[in-house]
Design a protein around this ligand. Structure first.
Ligand code: IZC
Ligand code: ZN
Length: 443
């Protein structure tokens, strides 16, 4: 779509994975709504049409073209994309990133090699707190340039929507600043940003030496930062790092309940390193998503399974590149979760300490090799289930009439090849709201 061409037609695909039909869980996690070319002929190759930024038809080329004609779209008003027998999927959605931060934390890798753990480094004032210092010191322009650089990387790998967390400010002005900068990046586009308030990412440096520091800091987040964030309408949800040695389930509960009262959706960093009651709390407060879950307990799995069974699913957003980067002994038990009927999403967890990894395609490969998902399950996890983790499954995450025309044309002729090539970029074309926003330069 361009100003003078409001129509879009993607034709000549080998496969179109529609992901139509809403959230996936249990056996349906692997159902990607696949349409396939039946013969070598163009008419048999599946196609997708959009008009004014919304999908209007998906199916065989003659039917899809007829739909555009039926809407009165003239031939000259249609931008045509030849998929060259590649695969078409919804735009990927990264449901967990910490996009904006100052500096890097490469020195921690060698600290960990020498036996210092992630939580020990944080307790000593490094880790997240190191990034907080560097983020507070960074100028708006430096943070915006950083954001643009990595959003361009994400877009080129097929991401059309990304969740973006604050959490490296940890005081009123710095947290509001990060969320305001996300607002500016969202306006610039083309990647759609879904901002999350993570003021409870660690105990702020100003509170660390107080008695009962975690409780006191959470109290200040509840009484100061959270109301300002809600009042300004600059975040869709509230997150908390619920982890042994960071914030307890009780402190997290107080924050999330207040956030919900103020109209924010809730999500948690849950059971990342040790079982901390995070998954159980996510089910209790009706969170959209419980993230990480590398150390989820049996009770946690039962709580998420029961929530899904009750029709109040909490999406389990798994971040396997973080487990890899921290060299954790265990990965989230994704197969048990799927068997228990818990919907699974995938994300990068892009951040400077535990996942300096912006590549969603690589996350898909990790999901195959470390979480034992199939390619189809991983694709559902990065599209419709990631949309559900952000509360956006009604408008994003699948190719269905009425939904936003966010899609990727991939070079391989099957979705099964997307996680197969390890670390390669397989994108041919990315479309956001019906407009071509990235094209592989050589094509
Ligand atoms: O900066 O260490 N787990 N937050 C919770 C992180 C990882 C990011 C970081
Ligand atoms: Zn995170």
């Amino acid at each position: 779509m361009t100003a003078d061409r409001p129509g879009l037609l993607v034709h000549n695909a080998s496969e179109v994975a529609t992901l139509a039909g809403g959230l996936r869980r249990a056996a349906a996690q692997a159902d990607i709504g696949l349409l396939m070319a039946e013969s070598g002929g163009l008419a048999d190759a599946p196609a997708v049409a959009a008009y004014q930024g919304r999908i209007v038809a998906v199916g065989r080329l003659p039917d899809v073209e007829a739909r555009l004609t039926g809407l009165g779209v003239a031939d000259g008003a249609i931008e045509r994309i030849d998929a060259r027998r590649g695969t078409v999927t919804p735009g990927l959605i990264d449901p967990h990133t910490h996009l904006l931060f100052g500096g890097t934390r490469h020195a921690e890798v060698e600290l960990r090699q020498r036996g210092h753990t992630y939580l020990e480094i944080l307790a000593a004032g490094g880790g997240i707190l190191q990034t907080v210092r560097m983020t507070r010191d960074a100028s708006d322009e430096a943070l915006l340039d950083h954001g643009r650089r990595w959003l361009a990387e994400m877009l080129s790998h097929g991401v059309t929507t990304a969740e973006v967390k604050s959490g490296y400010g940890l005081d009123m002005d710095s947290e509001l600043r990060l969320l305001a900068l996300y607002g500016r990046l969202a306006q610039e586009g083309p990647v759609e940003l879904v901002p999350t308030f993570l003021g409870a990412h660690a105990i702020a440096p100003e509170y660390r030496d107080r008695p009962d520091a975690a409780r006191q800091y959470i109290d200040s987040v509840i009484s100061e930062q959270l109301p300002a964030v809600a009042e300004q309408g600059i975040a869709r949800s509230c997150d908390v790092f619920c982890e042994r040695g960071v914030f307890s389930a009780d402190d997290s509960r107080r924050l999330l309940n207040r956030a919900a009262e103020l109209g924010l959706a809730t999500r948690l960093h849950a059971d990342e390193i040790a079982p901390s009651g995070g998954a159980e709390l996510a089910a209790e407060v009706g969170a959209l998503s419980a993230d990480h879950l590398g150390a989820i307990s049996d009770q946690g799995i039962a709580a998420l399974a029961a929530a899904a069974e009750r029709g109040r699913p909490v999406v389990a957003t798994l971040l396997p590149m973080t487990s890899f980067y921290l060299e954790e002994p265990g990965y989230a038990p994704a197969r048990r979760m799927i068997e228990a009927g818990i919907p699974v999403a995938l994300g990068t967890d892009f951040n400077p300490g535990t996942s300096p990894a912006p590549n969603t395609q690589l996350a898909m490969s990790f999901a195959i090799h470390r979480l034992r998902l199939s390619a189809a399950e991983a694709l559902a996890a990065l599209t419709i289930n990631a949309a559900a983790a952000l509360g956006m499954a009604g408008s994003h995450g699948s190719l269905e009439p009425g939904k936003h025309a966010d899609l990727v044309v991939w070079q391989p002729d099957s979705h099964a090849l997307l996680p197969y090539w390890l670390g390669a970029n397989l994108v041919q074309t990315v479309v956001k709201r019906g407009r071509v926003v990235f094209q592989l330069p050589s094509i």
